[in-house]
Design a protein around this ligand. Structure first.
Ligand code: PLP
Length: 358
């Protein structure tokens, strides 16, 4: 098998998804599976669907199109607020899109009328994290304007916290968001079916809070794929942390000094290394580097230390667990490492198929 590759264990992913569907379902919250970090890979999308997730979200139109063309049987939502230039493809390929800009919604409306379709939209509301979202004082005016447009229909509200500024979903901001729903339903006589309260950072709020108000949906990527909630990166009980791992090969392994020889200047990335003399060590080089993955997001699954990395190499201190040339080493990945390695043209994917039907 050509390395490096991401090894994706479909039974473990399926089990993670199914457990979350059950946990959240018991609390009246539906899951939209977020596929952006796996580029809308249809094998993974289908795995989530078979685990009971019937709604998938992605921030990239390319990934939505990929899933649509693969005939993935789920509601497909574009979860990044789109560009008006993408209107044609959004209306063609996405069932729903998240929106915050009237000019873009107007373009979606025009396009939908042309295609003789109704395009469903969810308006994103700013609740404190200051990434995307309509300001609360502008929400009424926006809803009023969209109701006038043909070809588009508001089916819900959404909000996104803990992404840009790490603002936590709490009873306070979630209740506030929930109350907005009722206010505007009453005011404009509309029905808001999908109230999407957040992402994997909402785990504790969903599990630990009895009153969900009107919130009946969250969008989960990392929790399903990596088994963690994202406010403190706690392991979610019963979920696999190793459904996805990264495998690469050792291309040099030699006992060398821990201190370099000669005068010190900058390294390839403009840093000046500061080193400690640990005597001689077994220095093993992995054929994997910054062009393949965000190295800071890797944890070796054997007892070795990462000394550093350059574009194409990771240097390991393998003194405690000797590695030979040709050996493969496995790393667990965090979200940044998953995102970067999935996106690198140098990293393949290998799917471990379940033994029997899931
Ligand atoms: C990426 C993203 C998510 C999923 O976030 P996770 O932390 O992976 O659960 C949810 N909503 C939006 C708008 C996103 O961009």
């Amino acid at each position: 098998m050509k390395t490096p590759y991401l090894e994706i264990d479909l039974s473990k992913l399926h089990s993670n998804a199914k457990k979350l569907v059950t946990m959240f379902g018991a609390r009246g919250v539906e899951i939209t599976g977020v596929t952006k970090s796996v580029l809308g890979e249809p094998i993974i999308a289908n795995c989530l669907v078979s685990a009971g997730i019937s709604s998938l979200g992605d921030s990239r139109l390319e990934n939505i199109i990929r899933m649509r063309n693969a005939n993935v049987q789920a509601l497909l939502t574009l979860i990044r607020t789109p560009s008006a230039r993408e209107a044609h493809d959004i209306v063609t390929y996405a069932d729903v899109s998240f929106n915050t800009e009237l000019s873009v919604i107007a373009e979606l409306s025009k396009t939908a009328i042309k295609q003789k379709k109704t395009h469903d939209i969810i308006l994103m509301v700013e609740m404190g994290d200051l990434r995307e979202g309509i300001l609360r004082q502008d929400l009424g005016r926006t809803i009023e304007a969209v109701i006038q447009m043909k070809g588009v229909r508001i089916i819900g509200l959404g909000t996104n916290l803990a992404c840009f500024n790490g603002i936590k979903p709490t009873r306070y901001n979630m209740d506030h968001f929930s109350r907005l729903t009722e206010t505007y339903e009453r005011k404009y006589g509309i029905q808001l079916r999908i109230i999407s309260g957040g992402n994997s950072a909402n785990f504790d709020w969903v599990i630990g809070n009895d009153n969900k108000g009107r919130i009946n949906n969250v969008r989960l990527g990392e929790a399903i794929l990596l088994g963690r909630e994202t406010l403190s990166r706690k392991h979610i009980d019963g979920l696999h942390l190793d459904a996805i791992s990264l495998v690469a090969e050792i291309i040099e392994s030699k006992i060398k000094p821990s201190l370099p020889e000669g005068e010190t200047g900058q390294d390839a990335f403009g840093n000046t290394p500061v080193l400690e003399d640990k005597g001689e060590m077994l220095r093993s080089i992995v054929a994997l580097g910054k062009q393949d993955v965000d190295v800071a997001g890797l944890i070796p699954m054997t007892d070795v230390d990462i000394l550093g990395s350059s574009s194409d190499h990771i240097l390991l201190d393998a003194t405690r667990a000797p590695l030979r040339v040709g050996d493969q080493i496995r790393f667990s990945v965090n979200y940044a490492a998953l995102l970067s390695s999935m996106t690198s043209p140098f990293v393949g994917s290998v799917f471990i198929q379940p033994d029997g039907p899931l």
